[in-house]
Design a protein around this ligand. Structure first.
Ligand code: C2E
Ligand code: MG
Ligand code: MG
Length: 759
């Protein structure tokens, strides 16, 4: 390149351009040799400067040398580029210092957190104070010993006040050119790996300190390691498990379906959570909460699984206990009201989906209160247990038996084909209770009354069905207990009627609207009226005189019967006292007693006080009880014996219509049988009735009991009964029940009338 050339720029400027754009080496060939031009030309770093005139040889030599140099320059640049790129790829920086100077050079750190540093002081300032000492020592060590290498890790604080970790590797060596000792090395930011190490240390601590068991499984789901908690929880040892599947996570222990569910879940979502039942090493069963997670292959060479296991046996047991107390009856272990109603709701939903019939059976024990009152609550409880077990035994597995409370049970029968199927269930329940239960060394025969409601016939609402079954159950009770009854709408009206009637009866008692009529009883042997039966009437302010049928059945459903009964006893005794004052000295009075009154523990005392108050000889008071009182012989024996000890007499009313245990006639303190009017009615025309009446009379004579025939309406009846030795007669033929004022008159005239007929 000549310096003086044509155009706007000179040779120096052209050479500068050529070097910049094409890296072309330049040799000046010029006549200029003054200082200024030389300075400008040398700034362009030419490969040669030949002054004109020069020889071809000179030019040739300088070109040869320049080419050599140019090639070596290219190699150097390449090398430098190679190292720079390698450092960049490795995210490394470089640093350099010499032995005798305190100069330090450090390129921009690879992560860019450190600015380029060229003096020791400013570099030193960025180092975390607590690490400065060891960095000084590191540099001193390298400076002190030629050829030594060292590395150090320290923290640097960024302008933002954040700590970064760096690692310096250094080597000291002698720079032959400079004749100095140089220290050179690389710089690496290690903040990330430091954090990772920290995290690893944390994870390791968590792993070992966790109360949950943690297990790592390999890609084949086989055990690879576990923490202490796992061994503690499961009692397994590492040697029991090495290269095996976890015993509680095999398809054999979980079942094919659950096993594939779990692993499919992990494949799909990366994890699975759930409860399993597991066996410990010592064969103890435990409930475990498992979390299984998938560790992707990116972290380790192969994918792995982590299993976390916690023992939730205690939690489960508590939960079960809570459920048990919340939903089950503690005495019988049957579902309680809440659960029963819930089951009913579910069963109804299913029945409506399937369009099938569902039956609700309301089961109520008969006379349970008496068992509780006479034998005590402990025995009452065992009775309830017996009964619930017996009923359970005859039900299908799909049926529900629940206890609503007291002696009330509910049976939910699903998938019923017809009403007949429900009748069969009810009959099975009645049948299963019919054999005696031994309670407190006594045989008691339980029985129950069952009300049945049907969905969808009656309702499809759970509360309504229950209410209807309950109403039907009362119907079964009214019809004489130990039977079933289906709900029908009139029962609801009846139930409403019962409720209003009960209130009315209360008022009637308060307002003294009850009165007693008396029906004479004629003795065939003594040929006179020996007694009268007191029969209740109700002088209703609107409806007029009402019969016992309007009073007694309703009153008997509650304690009201005891209150009304006490009024009757009092009134009868008062009346007898009045008659005695009028001269009817040996007249006997018979009072009907309900079973509920008999069970009243104050009855005996009450009667004793009445006898005293009205100065009545006890044998003139007779109590009429029904045969149903004899069925629970054991329970009533004490009641009757207490009454007899007062000296009063006891007769069995409506004899023949109930179920008397014949042995109880012998054992119990009974004095009289009253043949029910239904057997008397068709005497002498109906042979069966005649036979029954004759049999009762024969039985009574053998057992030395008196017999009164009720419902005498014809002379033929008297004739027949008289021939068989019947003691007394009662019926419309002699007299209807009348008000007390008429009794003295009837006593006077009746015997004459009968004597005229030779009775
Ligand atoms: P019961 O104790 O068997 O009373 C006899 C019933 O038969 C009376 O009906 C009486 O009027 C009726 N009777 C009497 N002779 C004849 C007759 O020749 N032909 C017909 N067809 N009937 C006759 P009543 O007074 O309606 O009493 C019905 C039932 O009510 C009684 O039957 C008794 O079980 C009950 N009862 C009546 N008064 C009382 C009472 O004060 N207390 C209790 N607990 N129950 C009572
Ligand atoms: Mg009677
Ligand atoms: Mg009767």
């Amino acid at each position: 390149m000549d310096i003086h050339i044509q155009g706007d720029i000179d040779g120096v400027e052209a050479a500068t351009l050529l070097q910049k754009t094409h890296s072309i080496p330049v040799i000046y060939l010029t006549a200029y040799s003054e200082e200024k031009t030389l300075t400008r030309a040398s700034a362009t770093k030419p490969y040669g400067y030949l002054l004109k005139p020069f020889s071809d040889r000179e030019l040739h030599i300088i070109i040869q040398i320049s080419i050599e140099r140019y090639q070596s320059d290219i190699r150097l640049i390449k090398n430098e580029q190679h190292f720079r790129l390698a450092l960049e790829a490795a995210r490394l920086g470089t640093w350099e210092t010499t032995t005798d100077s305190h100069e330090i050079f450090m390129g921009k750190s690879p992560e860019g957190n450190l600015q380029p540093i060229s003096d020791w002081k400013s570099f030193f300032r960025t180092i975390n104070e607590s690490d400065r000492q060891k960095v000084s020592e590191f540099i001193a060590k390298l400076r002190g010993k030629k050829g030594s290498t060292a590395e150090i890790e320290f923290r640097v604080i960024s302008d933002a006040g954040k700590n970064y970790w760096y690692k310096l590797y250094g080597k000291s060596f002698k720079n032959r050119n400079a004749g100095k000792h140089q220290i050179i090395g690389v710089l690496q930011e290690t903040t990330e790996s430091h954090l990772a190490k920290d995290r690893l240390a944390q994870a390791a601590t968590v792993f070992e300190c966790a109360t949950e068991g943690i297990i790592i499984l390999n890609k084949d789901r086989q055990f690879s390691c576990a923490n202490n908690a796992f061994y503690e929880i499961t009692k397994f040892q590492p040697r029991n498990l090495r290269n095996k599947e976890l015993p509680f996570l095999t398809s054999r222990s979980l079942g094919e379906d659950s096993y594939s569910n779990i692993w499919q879940g992990i494949d799909k979502d990366g994890h699975w959570r759930g409860e399993i039942k597991a066996s410990k090493r010592n064969n103890e069963t435990m409930y475990a909460w498992l979390t299984i997670g998938f560790i992707p292959a990116a972290v380790s060479d192969e994918k792995q699984f982590v299993v976390m296991i916690s023992d939730i046996t205690a939690i489960r047991e508590t939960r079960e206990q809570l459920t048990q107390t919340a939903y089950y009856d503690s005495l019988t272990n049957l579902p309680n009201r809440m659960l029963t109603m819930d089951r009913l709701k579910q069963a109804l939903a299913k029945a409506s989906r399937d369009a099938s019939l569902l039956g609700v059976l309301f089961v109520d024990l008969d006379n349970f209160k008496r068992i509780n009152d006479t034998l005590g609550h402990r025995h009452g409880d065992s009775m309830l247990c017996f009964v619930s077990q017996r009923i359970l035994a005859v039900l299908r597995e799909s049926d529900t038996l629940g206890r609503l409370g007291g002696d009330e049970f509910i049976v939910i029968v699903t998938n019923v084909e017809s009403r007949d199927a429900l009748i069969k269930v009810a009959e099975k329940i009645l049948e299963c209770l019919s054999s005696p239960v031994v309670i407190s060394n006594m045989e008691v025969v339980p029985s129950c009354s069952i009300g049945i409601s049907v969905c969808p016939d009656h309702s499809n609402h759970p509360d309504d069905l229950l209410q209807m079954a309950d109403t039907a159950m009362y119907e079964a009770k009214n019809k004489g207990r130990n039977r079933y009854a289906f709900y029908h709408p009139t029962l609801t009206q009846q139930a409403v009627h019962y409720m209003t009637r009960e209130r009315e009866l209360h008022h009637a008692l308060m307002k003294n609207e009850f009165l007693l009529h008396y029906q004479p009883q004629y003795s065939l042997a003594q040929k006179k009226i020996t007694g009268v039966e007191a029969l209740i009437r109700w002088q209703h302010p609107v409806k007029g005189l009402l019969s016992p049928a309007e009073i007694i059945p309703v009153a008997e459903t509650s304690r009201l019967i005891v209150e009304i009964g006490n009024w009757i006893l009092t009134e009868a005794c008062r009346q007898l006292n009045q008659w005695r004052a009028e001269g009817l000295n040996d007249l006997r009075i018979a009072v009907n007693i309900s079973i509920r009154q008999l069970a009243d523990k104050h009855l005996q005392k009450f009667i004793a006080e009445l006898l005293q108050q009205y100065s009545l000889p006890a044998h003139l008071l007779e109590l009429e009880i029904t045969e149903s009182c004899l069925q629970d012989e054991l329970i009533y024996i004490t009641c009757l014996e207490k009454l007899e000890s007062l000296g009063i007499t006891i007769s069995i009313d409506d004899f023949g219509t109930g179920y008397s245990c014949l042995s109880s006639l012998k054992n119990l303190p009974i004095h009289r049988l009253k043949i029910d009017q239904s057997f008397v009615k068709n005497i002498p025309h109906d042979n069966n009735d005649c036979a029954i009446a004759a049999a009762i009379l024969a039985l009574a004579q053998k057992l030395n009991l008196q017999v009164t025939a009720e419902g005498i309406e014809t002379y033929d009846q008297i004739d027949f009964l008289n021939n068989l030795g019947c003691d007394e007669l009662q019926g419309y033929l002699l007299s209807k029940p009348v008000d007390p004022e008429q009794i003295p008159y009837l006593i006077k005239i009746l015997p004459d009338r009968l004597r005229a007929l030779k009775f």
